[in-house]
Design a protein around this ligand. Structure first.
Ligand code: MG
Length: 381
């Protein structure tokens, strides 16, 4: 039985934590998007439209390199707009079956697709659905009521329709409403949508924990990597200094191209070191005027994003500042808090320590400040 497919990969994925949007995260060496496209191609899709954002068209080419039978098109602000853009790009006949699929559900199998297409033969739509097993509560922090779960189901994707049915249903859908799936659109148009057996493996990877669970499911082994970073800046005239993302009033400042936050620079280098991504100077060349006076927060955030793009996460970080003055102790908690925020880590995974060199060497003579950082990062093997 032939069918075409629309894979929606145009969301912003704000719930998935820092890093690339969900479809572009790596799982077992392949992007989530590639998992989905490969699965539907393997199940027999003869035309696959990947709907993404304009700025991800090149990324789609890279993520799907070597695969055939797919094309990318630009979606809209809402999911419904993206689905309709995908439908418009399909070249199949009116009675062609089409599967609409969320890219963030990578584990579609031939069995799922066969069941949907078989069910569609006697209906206007077919949707994999799981009965709700947990007790349902309505409330906001406090439970207002327990909701009867009899007859309630969780709808998954892919969802199957005939091309003309779905196009017609979308044309009749009110412009000011936002459907959360495509079955809702066909239901509203009076269509008869049936359910096929859902599967926990069709889960949508939404939160960071979902990705960790997906890795366990595919037997992905993970390794722990260590990185270290070192940075020094010279003291000069000034009235405040930035250290570990915190501004401290002082009778001198550190001289540098950016804000000269040696703590953040050392930490950024440690993270880049752990994932084999060069050093801070390569990513943010001092010769580039756009980094003049820049807040070093963004250097750290960039490195944290690179870890996430590899499907990794930072486990802990330990920064040591070496200086006679300013005294770090009273600022240490604020520094830990800021670093924890920037790395999206619990506070007890972040350490800031300080030491003097008892008057010896360049830090002892207060010519400059030295910062050292060590991090551990967990990534797929
Ligand atoms: Mg530096």
């Amino acid at each position: 039985m032939t069918f075409s497919a629309v894979i929606v990969a145009a969301g912003s994925s704000t719930r998935a934590g820092p890093g690339a949007p969900k479809p572009w995260r790596i799982l077992g060496g392949r992007s989530i998007l590639r998992w989905s496209v490969e699965a539907l191609a393997r199940a027999g899709a003869d035309e696959i439209i990947v709907v993404t954002t304009a700025d991800r068209m090149v990324a789609a080419d890279e993520a799907l390199a070597g695969l055939s039978g797919w094309r990318a098109t630009v979606g809209g602000a809402a999911r419904a707009d993206s689905v309709q853009a995908g439908l418009a790009a399909l070249t199949g006949a009116d009675d062609q079956s089409v599967l609409i699929h969320d890219a963030a559900r990578p584990f579609v199998t031939q069995g799922h697709v066969d069941a949907l297409l078989a069910a569609l033969a006697g209906a206007d739509g077919a949707v994999p659905a799981l009965p709700v097993a947990d007790t349902l509560k309505r409330g906001d922090g406090v439970i207002a009521e327990t909701v009867a779960r009899d007859g309630l189901w969780r709808a998954q994707t892919p969802q199957a329709f005939r091309l003309a049915t779905l196009r017609r249903a979308y044309a009749a859908w009110p412009a000011d409403a936002e459907p959360t799936d495509d079955a809702a659109v066909v239901e509203r148009a009076g269509g008869r949508v049936v359910m096929t057996p859902g599967d926990p493996m069709l889960m949508k990877l939404t939160y960071p924990e979902d990705f960790a669970m997906a890795e366990r499911l595919i037997g992905q082994t993970r390794i722990v990597r260590i990185g270290q970073g070192l940075d020094a800046h010279r003291w000069g005239p000034g009235d405040a200094v930035w250290l570990c993302g915190v501004r401290i009033d002082h009778d001198a400042t550190l001289i540098g191209h950016s804000d000269a936050d040696a703590g953040l620079h050392a930490l950024t280098d440690a993270i880049l070191g752990a994932i084999g991504e060069g050093d801070i100077g390569e990513h943010f060349p001092p010769s580039d005027p756009q980094w003049r006076g820049a807040s070093s927060d963004r250097f750290l955030s960039h490195a944290v994003g690179l870890v996430a793009a590899k499907g990794g996460r930072i486990l802990n970080a330990d920064v040591t500042l070496v200086c006679e003055r300013p005294k770090i102790r009273t600022h240490r908690d604020a520094m830990r808090q800021r670093l924890a925020e920037l790395m999206n880590l619990p506070l007890d995974r972040v350490s800031v320590k300080a030491t003097t060199t008892e008057g010896m060497g360049f830090t002892g003579r207060e010519e400059g400040l030295l910062a050292q950082a060590v991090v551990s990062v967990e990534t797929p093997a």
